[in-house]
Write a new protein. Structure first.
Lengths: 80, 312
């Protein structure tokens, strides 16, 4: 799942570093992701994983690192 | 059964009955009467007095903006519902005839219009940023302007206009300088509005971003305390009206328009704007429709000096 998240970050997060070599716990905002880019990441993740992030998950914390994104996706796809 | 009068309509009607605003057919669009304009100029003059030692560069822009600036600034990513682009006619004789016929027959005539290179200015500060490109002086730059702004949000509420003026200041510098400047103006704004007898208070706020993505942008903006407003109860105590808005953009415009600090880093920017018509309407609602009958300290503060003093 982390590689799929990295691929979406590469295409949508407009990071100043290579998304594919990013550590799971690296801060995506510090790596150059803007608020607008995080929205594009969210929408791309929703398309790829066929989920819809509820309002409570639309935070900088949830979209702040690969491992946090994975945690949210696992919660949303649990039992699916 | 009696119905409660709508406070928005009641305030609108009262402003109209005193000639302060002049209906112009479309919600959120109205003319301003002489007394309204006198109060507005005097309030704007007070802002000039507060700011006069800051050494800001004054600029004036027309109410239209290069469309590329709007596109580049990501305004349409955040507020597609508020933007207004200018369309015009590019055709020849036969198309002009078709257009004319459509108008006179009451049919839509937009098929004969195409987008021009300009849009209506969506926020007073937008024309400024492209001109800040390059390396800033060591102390950064400070710009002072009063511009007309368009927002596509027709409303019966007189404080929610489609076209209005904003007295705006923009600071471009390092993060520390920008935040300190913003915080100082927050205090200045509160002091100024309170000195005019308005119940002003500041709050963390969010912009009216569009859609689901917009909810995420608003959350992010609130979490980082990037926007403050100074609010005053105008229509209802429970829903105060924002008279003044402070936006800290971090490196958003610096990145997009290539604005750099003297040591080569991407510059940060913030802007703050007083909604001039809203400030005037708040004064009328709070103190009454006749300025001569306002509390003496308020009247004297506004009328003690000539509104043209800024030019002297």
């Amino acid at each position: 799942m982390n590689d799929a998240i990295r691929a979406i970050l590469r295409d949508h997060a407009r990071l100043s570093v290579d998304a594919l070599s990013l550590a799971d716990d690296a801060d995506l905002f510090k790596a150059g992701m803007s608020s607008h880019a995080s929205v594009n990441v969210m929408l791309a993740l929703e398309g790829k994983f066929e989920v819809e992030f509820p309002d409570r998950m639309m935070t900088r914390d949830v979209f702040g690192s690969i491992e946090h994104i994975r945690g949210a996706l696992e919660e949303l796809t649990k039992g699916a | 059964m009696t119905t409660m009068p709508d406070p928005r309509q009641a305030l609108y009607d009262e402003l109209v009955s005193y000639g302060h605003i002049i209906p112009a057919g479309v919600p959120g669009i109205f003319g301003r009467g002489a007394v309204f304009e006198d109060v507005l100029r005097r309030f704007d003059g007070l802002l000039s007095t507060v700011a006069e030692k800051d050494g800001a560069e004054s600029m004036l822009f027309p109410p239209v903006l290069d469309r590329k600036v709007l596109e580049k600034s990501e305004y349409l990513d955040s507020f597609p519902h508020l933007a207004g682009a200018i369309f015009s006619f590019f055709g020849g004789e036969s198309q002009a005839g078709e257009l004319r016929a459509a108008v006179h027959e009451g049919r839509p005539w937009d098929p004969w219009q195409k987008m021009t290179d300009v849009v209506l200015t969506p926020a007073a500060c937008y024309p400024v940023y492209p001109g800040l490109a390059g390396v800033l002086p060591e102390q950064g730059r400070l710009i002072d302007m009063q511009n007309w702004v368009f927002r596509h949000e027709p409303s019966a509420e007189p404080t929610r206009m489609q076209a209005f003026r904003v007295r705006e200041f923009v600071r471009a510098a390092t993060a520390d300088v920008v935040v300190e400047w913003r915080d100082a103006w927050l205090e200045r704004g509160l002091a100024l509005l309170s000195s005019l007898g308005l119940q002003a208070r500041s709050n963390v706020a969010t912009d009216p971003f569009f859609g689901r993505g917009g909810r995420m942008l608003a959350r992010s903006q609130r979490e980082q305390k990037l926007k403050f407003e100074i609010e005053v109860p105008v229509l209802a105590e429970s829903e105060p009206t924002a008279l003044c808005s402070f936006n800290y953009h971090q490196d958003h415009f610096g990145r997009i328009f290539g604005i750099r600090t003297h040591d080569g880093a991407v510059a940060e920017t913030a802007c703050l704007g007083f909604g001039l018509e809203r400030c005037v309407i708040a004064l009328f609602k709070t103190h009454g429709m006749v300025p001569a009958e306002w509390p003496r300290p308020v009247f004297e503060k506004l009328w003690a000096r000539a509104p043209e003093a800024k030019a002297s």
